[in-house]
Design a protein around this ligand. Structure first.
Ligand code: KIV
Length: 270
């Protein structure tokens, strides 16, 4: 079996950090996108609650439901044979009570086919994470700009600008590692605090808008594909203009139909 087909596991990610090999995650929400990303050989696929924004067109992630997340996680998991599939726990699926959090996290593995879950929050989530890990559910942490808390932050604001925020991030990262997280997403934090956390932890940090020092990077697939022509974020590198291309293809097809060029004999059953 070639090296590329080795199934990615949490211990393997830790090993990659030890060897200073960069780790790549992307989000996916459907079967065929996930299959393409898996075939590209990336290490991880997150079924993010950004689903609510980039797939369902809502303003933020807050109204994503467990049913949506499980359905899309199942579609992604069935397409993936190598990458680590992580299901993102939606807002209020893990904050209300411990039994509910365990049951909901378990659904990602039992019904969604994921290998792990991700949840947002710092040191205040440590005891929940410890319990999830104890029952056999690998957990990816997520600190910095945690979009489920946008109302608390007052918007999508870069974190780690004040001494208090920097201390909170550094202490939270250590608490999450100690609680058993296998990796931590650092979102929209100042480069130097991301670098400091990355150097302190044994588990990998996966950055999004956190600069170059993190052990890996994650991006929302729709953002790097340029699906939403109006979306801009400083940290997003846009590789394609999918939104524009879709418009072009739809208009070409429409022209072909209207001028009688489609279908031709070769495209008909005769
Ligand atoms: O929901 C998501 O896609 C995420 C990534 C942006 C890290 O949490």
């Amino acid at each position: 079996m070639s090296q590329r087909r080795i199934k990615i596991t949490p211990p393997l990610l830790r090993q990659m950090k030890r060897k200073s090999e960069k780790i790549v995650f992307l989000t996916a929400y459907d079967y065929f996108t996930a299959r393409a990303l898996d075939r590209a050989g990336i290490e991880g696929i997150l079924v993010g609650d950004t689903l609510n924004m980039v797939f369902y067109g809502r303003e933020n992630t807050l109204s994503a439901t467990m049913e949506q997340m499980i359905g899309h996680t199942d579609a992604v998991s069935r397409a993936v044979s190598r990458a680590l599939v992580v299901g993102d726990m939606p807002f209020l699926s893990y904050q209300v009570s411990l039994p509910e959090a365990i049951a909901n996290a378990g659904r990602f593995l039992k019904e969604g086919g994921a290998a792990a879950v991700k949840l947002e929050g710092g040191m205040e989530m440590a005891s929940l994470i410890r319990r999830l890990v104890e029952v056999g559910i690998p957990v990816m942490g997520h600190i910095g700009l945690t979009p489920q808390s946008i109302n608390k932050f007052g918007g999508h604001k870069v974190q780690g600008k004040t001494e208090a925020s920097r201390n909170y991030l550094a202490e939270s990262a250590e608490a999450l590692e100690e609680a058993g997280c296998f990796a931590i997403v650092l979102e929209a934090v100042k480069n130097d605090i991301a670098a400091k956390i990355t150097a302190t932890l044994k588990i990998p940090t996966i950055g999004i808008g956190a600069g170059p020092a993190t052990d890996g990077q994650i991006m929302v697939i729709n953002d790097i594909m340029g699906m939403d022509e109006e979306f801009y974020a400083k940290f997003v590198r846009r590789y394609f203009n999918l939104g524009e291309k879709l418009r072009e293809v739809a208009s070409q097809f429409s022209n072909d139909v209207k001028r009688g060029d489609y279908p031709r004999d070769s495209e008909s059953y005769g």
